[in-house]
Design a protein around this ligand. Structure first.
Ligand code: TXA
Ligand code: MG
Length: 320
């Protein structure tokens, strides 16, 4: 990365601009979290409803105190173990942080990204960056600069190219209920098993009652969607119409069929590799002019949980 480009990106952000930047998970669409008008442009460019809050990215663990007023002891254990990295913590917010960032919620989602370029950018801006994934609302997330340019192109002041994202699925989001017990809001790049090793059992949203479940307004059923409809192998009844079909395969072990295009996530069955390739494979299948995409689920452990979550949401039909 050329230092002058990085400095240009930082200058744009300081001046209230919107810059797409790489993280280890997916590309983010960033604005200075303390400039509400810049943050408003992020919502506008993404086509994101204003009730869906953004994650705030910091460059150093201490900066969490600029954003939050308190945190349960487990949060410190998790920060020490997993930051920098793909784990986002939802914590009580400071009043100084503009409400537009958190969609009026009393909490803020904070994350310290693992990508050195993201941290260097935040450091140079001198302020945390509010950033959702740099895709149009509801669509497939970007894991390289080209995905961002294809979806958002000229609307963004600058796309900082940091190469392909290493993790490839978004951060794991963890919230805490009033009694301090942890709740998984989104499976992601930090495996649930690894989190539970540090803080013990984590409640899944389905196993928590509606009363103690924190608001997760952005957890849309339909999400990560390709323009081409996706069907889940063995779960959705496939439409009988013949045509050009694509297969999103985990290991590529299925008997060859009449597929117009096959994308294999990991021939060796490595879930890390599969996660890193997932969105790129979805973007490629989507660009191939197919009638539909059939996707295989992966084992539901480690990063597989995040992959299956993305596939399931991408396969949710748009309401007629
Ligand atoms: O890996 C990631 O987390 C990427 C990169 C760019 O950092 N970001 C990302 O942002 O995935 P986004 O906006 O696509 O997803 C953030 C999710 C949304 O579903 C949003 O509703 C939720 O985080 N969220 C944000 N603030 C929240 C809060 N205070 N309480 C509950 N959920 C929150
Ligand atoms: Mg997103």
């Amino acid at each position: 990365m050329r230092a002058d480009l990085l400095e240009q990106a930082a200058a744009l952000l300081r001046a209230g601009g919107v810059v797409a930047f790489p993280t280890e998970t997916v590309y983010g669409l960033g604005a200075d979290a303390f400039q509400p008008r810049a943050v408003a442009r992020v919502f506008e460019i993404k086509g994101r409803p204003s009730f869906d809050p953004l994650i705030v990215h910091i460059a150093h663990p201490q900066e969490v105190d600029r954003l939050t007023i308190a945190r349960p002891p487990q949060a410190d254990c998790l920060m020490a173990r997993f930051w920098p990295g793909p784990l986002t913590l939802v914590l009580p917010k400071r009043a100084e942080l503009p409400d537009i960032v958190t969609a009026g919620l009393p909490t803020v989602a904070v994350r310290l990204p693992g990508h050195p370029l993201a941290r260097e950018l935040i450091r140079r801006v001198g302020s945390p960056l509010a950033a959702p994934s740099a895709n149009r609302f509801g669509r497939t997330s970007p894991t390289c600069a080209e995905h961002v340019r294809n979806q958002l192109g000229a609307a963004v002041d600058l796309v900082l190219d940091g190469g392909p994202c290493e993790v490839g699925v978004e951060s794991t989001i963890l919230a805490f209920s009033e009694d301090g017990s942890p709740i998984l809001l989104r499976p992601g790049g930090t495996p649930l098993e690894a989190i539970e090793e540090v803080i013990g059992p984590v409640a899944l949203p389905s196993s928590t009652s509606p009363t103690n479940r924190p608001l997760a307004p952005g957890m849309m059923e339909r999400h990560y969607a390709t323009a081409t409809p996706i069907w889940l192998m063995g779960e959705d009844a496939l439409p009988p119409t013949p045509g050009r079909w694509g297969l999103l395969s985990f290991r590529g072990t299925r008997r060859p069929g009449d597929w117009a295009l096959v994308e294999v996530l990991s021939a060796t069955g490595d879930l890390k590799e599969a996660a890193a390739r997932l969105f790129d494979a979805m973007h490629r299948l989507d660009a191939a002019g197919l009638e539909g995409i059939v996707a295989e689920r992966v084992p539901d452990r480690g990063l597989g949980r995040a992959i299956n979550d993305r596939l399931r949401r991408a396969a949710v039909r748009r309401k007629p």
